[in-house]
Design a protein around this ligand. Structure first.
Ligand SMILES: Cc1cc2nc3c(=O)[nH]c(=O)nc-3n(C[C@H](O)[C@H](O)[C@H](O)COP(=O)(O)OP(=O)(O)OC[C@H]3O[C@@H](n4cnc5c(N)ncnc54)[C@H](O)[C@@H]3O)c2cc1C
Length: 431
């Protein structure tokens, strides 16, 4: 059984998280600091060898594996610099769990944690990073002020939002511009407690209505929000960091939400992100997961399609379906990374991330094929509404479906920076 518990190297370097794809690299090099990464990239480029990057290996498809190239495993945790202005500069090889624990010791916390935080900081920069707090804080990359990377000529670069088009593809382009060595981001004060309220709507229609009602009523009042569908039913969870004494206060819910059937679970804030994880990975399971981003006006239709295809099907029990819905504010940051999924969905309000997670038995070919087909159909449905895929997921390499015209700038920049397409090639259908 694979150890998928997290951390660089917990999966073999040939394996992808899905359990369905493996590739053999020509060589594998673990790097512990930026100088080692730079030397490794320079040697690969000089030899005209492709070089791929891997953090915790928790992306899908063939994102973080290498077919015959050099594969760099990022174990760099050499830098942690918390400044007086409360920004932090960290090596990209930290996992979010490690960074959060480190910050907590200094009375600070990350603005947004991925729901599964045992992925690396650099690895999520490659896609954007969303979690329950994206409702109030945007994506993880929205909270980043600079990154350091090693580019296609093996030079160290520091880039930030002021770098316009370059910044637009430095993040969220699956690491195609270069190897991210360090990330500088804002932090927030550590809250002593978290009040978490849960609502259990009876149907997919009621779930949609509750998500929208809570999102608009709770704006500015709650930091975290998430919906869920599984074979047991529906729920909406909202959370707010607070003082322990405030956790059950009706003032936190307010009169507009107070009449609902909430269940309040209060806990120390620092424990909360641990409870979000599902640590019991199942042996012989194919993880066929993908996330989609849609505007508010299309949430009802997206959830209805998801429910029909993934849950209401007679065979659903065989693939243990689960859907998580995140509400996401887009942050006023110019320019946002061009390939960030929230940047690419036209909207005037809240966006919704709909994650569809299917887990058939790895030897059940019919179920595996059905699950792949379901995610493909949902991608077409989502694109039909003007939605976009979150690129870390399992999206069959069908560039024609996913790509659209506004990627020409990204393509030009990447071609200019990396003429031979040696940096992290062959993994994203877009570029
Ligand atoms: C159980 C589980 C739960 C998840 N939950 C969430 C969630 O809540 N929110 C969310 O946003 N995502 C979530 N994801 C997706 C996950 O965050 C992304 O797949 C992320 O990229 C994984 O980071 P990693 O360190 O495992 O990167 P890897 O999978 O190792 O790599 C991902 C991509 O980043 C590139 N890359 C890795 N290191 C670098 C580097 N140093 N420089 C440049 N590029 C690099 C790789 O080449 C690859 O393209 C989840 C995934 C799993 C398996």
């Amino acid at each position: 059984m694979l150890d998928k518990s997290g951390g660089p190297g917990s999966l073999g370097p040939s394996e992808s998280f899905s359990g369905l794809i493996s590739q053999t690299p020509a060589s594998v090099k673990t790097v512990f600091n930026a100088a080692e990464a730079q030397a490794c990239i320079k040697a690969a480029l000089d030899a005209k060898q492709p070089v791929n990057f891997r953090g915790a290996g928790h992306s899908f498809g063939d994102h973080c594996i290498s077919d015959g190239g050099v594969l760099i495993l990022n174990a760099d945790k050499s830098r942690f610099d918390l400044r007086e202005d409360h920004s932090v500069l960290v090596s990209g090889g930290f996992t979010w769990t490690e960074l959060e624990r480190r910050l907590n010791r200094h009375g600070r916390r990350c603005p947004v944690l991925t729901n599964w935080p045992d992925v690396t900081v650099a690895g999520t920069m490659a896609f954007g990073g969303f979690g329950c707090s994206s409702y109030s804080q945007g994506s993880q990359v929205d909270n980043v002020t600079a990154i350091e990377l090693i580019d296609g000529s093996a030079s160290v670069r520091r880039l930030g939002p002021a770098d316009h088009d370059l910044w637009g593809v430095a993040t969220c382009a699956s690491g195609r511009l270069g190897f991210i060595t360090a990330v500088e981001m804002s932090t927030q004060p550590l809250a002593p407690h978290l009040a978490q309220f849960t609502l259990r709507p009876p149907s997919v229609e009621a779930l949609t209505q509750d998500l929208q009602a809570v999102a608009s009523a709770a704006s500015g009042r709650f930091e975290m929000m998430m919906g869920q569908i599984d074979l047991n039913g529906f729920k909406v969870v909202i959370g707010q960091p607070c003082e322990p004494s405030a956790s059950t206060s009706p003032a936190l819910l307010g009169p507009d939400l107070g009449a609902r059937d909430w269940r309040d679970v209060s806990m120390p804030y620092a424990d909360w992100f641990v409870t979000m994880q599902e640590r019991a990975f199942k042996p012989k399971t194919a993880y066929i997961w993908a996330d989609y981003v849609v505007a508010e006006e299309h949430l009802a239709q997206m959830l209805k399609s998801t429910h029909q295809m993934a849950f209401a099907h007679p065979g659903a029990v065989a693939w243990r379906p689960r859907t998580r819905i995140l509400a996401m504010q887009t942050k006023a940051q110019a320019p946002s990374p061009q390939l960030l999924s929230t940047t690419r969905v036209k909207n005037d309000g809240i966006l919704y991330g709909v994650g569809v997670y299917l887990e058939p038995h790895i030897e059940d070919d019919a179920a595996v094929q059905h699950c792949r087909h379901t995610l493909h159909e949902l991608l077409e449905t989502c694109l039909g509404f003007g939605g976009r895929p979150y690129l870390s997921g399992w999206h069959e390499p069908d560039a024609e479906i996913i790509a659209d015209d506004d990627l020409s700038t990204a393509r030009e920049i990447l071609a200019r920076q990396d003429n031979d397409s040696l940096m992290n090639p062959g993994q994203m259908p877009l570029i």
